[in-house]
Design a protein around this ligand. Structure first.
Ligand code: ATP
Ligand code: MG
Length: 403
């Protein structure tokens, strides 16, 4: 189909009062960046709507990518014709054929901005409706509650037709809510937590802890892949890979076994917080879900969280595993997450970690080691990679059910 433009309707942005322009310009910037490989495309924004003028670029590809952009409520592809009645009728028929499903009803809705147009609203309604009806078997008119509304807008410079409203990803434009660090493991939960946080407009950088040779290169690659899978939602994503072997071994040697997990988590949190400071982030995001494992009881969270006063966002805290799995499948991270490579935590997990650790005790055990130095060394040796979408294999199964 030869679309001329895509009309974009804002989501929650439209409820923003005075800050609205900022939200709109962030959304516009995100969209422009998403299409930088399509130089002919032109994005125009107003307070209420945005238009992407395709100028010959592929409309289907543009719409596929738009589904990953937070801050968009819905969008519609639009065809442009001249004011020739025949052209309008043929374009209308083409659109209706594409949208028609068995038993559908429709209605033509004409807006006549150019009052000098040869036909009035009623006449055009009949001329277009009457042209389409006999050509699509089973199609009927319903003016009160049509399944398909065919909009025709007559303007001086041309006529715009559209009938499809595609739901967008919702949420807020990424970057309108500041930046946070996502603690990204290779599991199911943290990518989902990252997705949900980005949806609220937060820009993310990911932090991953690995412990070679106890964790393999493939385990690291899996996390790189997960970060890449999250990147379409924000354009690109930075991933900080922290060498964690020495700290884990030290914990293992110095802290009583049933407290190693608590201490490991505290160290991870402290390191993530250091990286956050360097990168000017404002919060830390984790995939924790209450009661899921020993480190995620409230007692554990209390003892672990004590190392920082930085806000910690836990989007999944009240989610069941099945709910998390559903989202992982929708955003396309599930298959990667279930690959069986060891995470540093799994390897060092004691047989019976404390489910009710005491923060005074863990502080005491840690006091015999100079963890501050080990932490700053780990931060210094952190490797950073920036990941972005590999074009062509993007977003096939992204967002199917969330939309
Ligand atoms: P996930 O499925 O994301 O691995 P999980 O259910 O396995 O979560 P834990 O292993 O207890 O839970 O991890 C809880 C959270 O701690 C993770 O969601 C993640 O945010 C963070 N985390 C765990 N391991 C790592 C790691 N190796 N690197 C970075 N963050 C981690
Ligand atoms: Mg894990």
């Amino acid at each position: 189909m030869n679309y001329e433009r895509i009309l974009i309707r804002y989501g929650e942005i439209s409820t923003k009062g005075r800050n609205r322009n900022q939200f709109v310009s962030k959304l516009k910037g995100n969209i422009v960046r998403l299409f930088k490989d399509m130089p002919n495309l032109h994005v125009q924004s107003t307070r209420d709507r945005m238009h992407i003028l395709l100028n010959g670029e592929n409309g289907e590809e543009v719409m596929k990518r738009l589904r990953t952009v937070f801050g968009i409520q819905s969008f519609s592809p639009v065809i442009k014709t001249t004011q020739s009645l025949e052209e309008i009728q043929l374009a209308a028929l083409e659109l209706m054929k594409k949208a028609y499903q068995e038993g559908c009803t429709f209605k033509v809705s004409v807006k006549r901005a150019d009052k000098s147009f040869s036909y009035d609203t009623n006449e055009l309604n009949h001329l277009v409706g009457g042209f389409i009806l006999p050509k699509i078997e089973g199609l009927t008119v319903n003016v009160k509650q049509p399944d398909i509304k065919l909009h025709i807008e007559i303007r001086k410079e041309g006529v715009y037709l559209s009938n499809e409203v595609i739901e967008g990803a919702g949420g807020m434009p990424v970057g309108t809510s500041g930046k946070a660090m996502l603690m990204l493991s290779g599991g199911l939960d943290s990518p989902v937590a990252g997705y949900m946080t980005m949806k609220r407009g937060v820009e993310l950088e990911a932090v991953h802890f690995h412990s070679p040779p106890f964790t393999s290169e493939r385990a690291k690659e899996k996390v790189v892949e997960l970060a890449r899978q999250l990147s379409p939602f924000s354009g690109s994503i930075k991933l900080h890979i922290v060498p964690f072997t020495e700290i884990q071994q030290t914990i293992h040697a110095q802290v009583p076994e049933n407290y190693t997990m608590t201490s490991t988590r505290r160290m991870m949190l402290m390191i993530t917080d250091e990286i956050r400071k360097q990168q000017n982030g404002l919060a830390i995001v984790t995939g924790e879900s209450l009661g899921q494992v020993a480190s995620q009881t409230l007692d554990s969270m209390f003892a672990i969280n004590d190392v920082t006063s930085t806000p910690i966002i836990r989007p999944l805290v009240t989610f069941d595993k099945t709910e998390i799995i559903n989202i992982a499948q929708d955003i396309g991270t599930y298959e990667t997450s279930i690959l069986p490579y060891e995470d540093c935590c799994t390897i060092f997990t004691p047989p019976s970690p404390k489910t009710k650790p005491k923060k005074e005790k863990v502080e005491y055990y840690e006091s015999f080691v100079d963890f501050a130095t080990l932490i700053s060394e780990a931060v210094k040796e952190t490797e950073t990679v920036t990941l972005s979408v590999k074009r062509n294999d993007v977003t096939e199964n992204v967002l199917n059910d969330l939309l």
